[in-house]
Design a protein around this ligand. Structure first.
Ligand code: RB5
Length: 145
């Protein structure tokens, strides 16, 4: 199950992402916002992030205008490693090296085609483990200090 979240700026792109996930037969749960009216990105970033952190969802995809604000909000939730990404290489490495469990994209930064490619890479790329798993663990240790 994939957790989705966006603000108003990300709402239309989130709908495109839903269409893409439907076509792929992938299940998702949308944690809002549910319309194009102005909405506060931290609210929806947190909701989707809590679904991932609790294990209710395996991964999360977030969208706001830049992907930055909603990504920062998600990373405040314990257990979340959210990467704000606007290119394919970073999407791949966010999985391989950082074991990112959420990705954030900016609807005002990337077009639909690139956003969907980023999401495809994020969903299909495994984490490399090894020394990278140790480093991801060190990131999570920061939450406990
Ligand atoms: C909303 O105007 C915008 O600030 C928001 O979507 C996002 O880009 C914040 O990081």
């Amino acid at each position: 199950m994939i957790a989705l979240g966006s603000d108003h700026a990300g709402y239309e792109l989130k709908r495109e992402i839903m269409k893409y996930l439907d076509e792929k037969g992938l299940k998702y749960k949308d944690y809002g916002t549910y319309g194009p009216e102005s909405a506060d990105y931290p609210v929806y970033g947190e909701k989707a992030a809590r679904a991932v952190a609790s294990g209710e969802c395996d991964r999360g995809i977030l969208v706001c205008g830049t992907g930055v604000g909603i990504g920062i909000a998600a990373n405040k939730v314990r257990g979340i490693r959210c990467a704000t990404v606007s290119d394919c290489y970073s999407a791949e490495m966010a999985r391989r090296h950082n074991d990112a469990n959420m990705v954030a994209v900016g609807a005002r930064v990337v077009g639909v085609g690139l956003a969907l490619k980023i999401i495809e890479i994020f969903l299909e790329t495994p984490s490399e483990g090894g020394r990278h798993a140790k480093r991801a663990g060190l990131i999570m240790d920061i939450e406990n200090r």
